[in-house]
Design a protein around this ligand. Structure first.
Ligand SMILES: [Zn+2]
Length: 257
């Protein structure tokens, strides 16, 4: 079995570095209360959402899940990411979207079952695109209006129904900063279970247009030399960080040659 406990965007870890056990789960649930639990038989994942993390007993600590993503093996990250995604899905899938009846857990599948109309609801993921645009050795970073700590990050957005990922990238870039791009290249992807995103990352090159911001969403956008980035950029553990770091690495290797 693999035991996971979460509080919002944090994972609960034992201070001694050992994995959580069934006893830990019971102790945490009693001390903090639980918002949700879920058990998946096929993976052996057991997850628990804590209600009141201020009551965390000695010997445990909260740790941002996105840091965990950059500190653990691919297998461990997959498991923790799935545990968090299942917990979010379970907590947001209580009633049948077709008939409104209260759902139950399916006996064998990772699915919720409607006892009235037999509707089966599987965990959903929400694809998002994220992109880093290059122009003459510089990269475009933008500050979102909702970001209060002045962070400059990559443009990103949810895919619309019916779109390909490439179409979503072009649409988001044009909507948010009014530029046309070319030479889209797939960079990688990351599960981002806050609550259910799949981040699909691309790089692209500037093609044409003048920067013109969609001011309801973008407070500022500018071209930055990767070796002179703004003070606050996306933290380690996110695919945005990996996209920017790849540009930094390429710039520093070409400047040292
Ligand atoms: Zn139903």
């Amino acid at each position: 079995m693999f035991y996971f406990a979460f509080n919002n965007r944090d994972i609960i870890l034992r201070r001694n570095g050992e994995a959580l056990t069934a006893d830990d789960m019971a102790a945490l649930s009693i001390a903090c209360g639980s918002t949700e639990t879920y058990e998946e038989s096929i993976t052996g994942i057991r997850c628990l959402g804590l209600k009141n993390a201020e009551l965390l007993p000695d010997g445990y600590m909260l740790h941002p899940l996105r840091f965990y993503f950059s500190e653990h093996t691919e297998e461990e990250v997959l498991r923790a990411s799935r545990a968090k995604a299942l917990l979010e899905w379970r907590s947001q899938t209580r009633y049948c979207p077709r008939c409104g009846a209260k759902l139950t857990d399916h006996e064998t599948l990772t699915a919720r079952l409607c006892p009235d109309c037999q509707n089966l609801i599987f965990p959903r993921i929400e694809p998002c695109v994220i992109m880093l645009i290059h122009r003459d050795g510089k990269i475009l970073l933008a500050r979102n209006v909702n970001n209060k700590n002045g962070m400059y990050a990559c443009l990103a957005g949810f895919m619309e129904a019916g779109e390909t990922a490439e179409q979503a990238v072009r649409r988001e870039v044009f909507e948010e900063i009014h530029l046309h791009i070319r030479n889209l290249k797939y960079f990688g992807s990351q599960s981002w279970p806050f609550p259910a995103q799949l981040m699909i990352a691309f790089t692209a090159e500037y093609e044409s247009g003048e920067l013109q911001l969609q001011t309801e969403e973008i407070a500022d956008a500018a071209w930055f030399d990767p070796l002179h980035l703004p003070a606050v950029t996306p933290p380690n553990g996110s695919i945005a960080h990996r996209l920017i770091q790849a540009a930094v690495d390429a710039a520093s290797s070409s400047s040292s040659n």
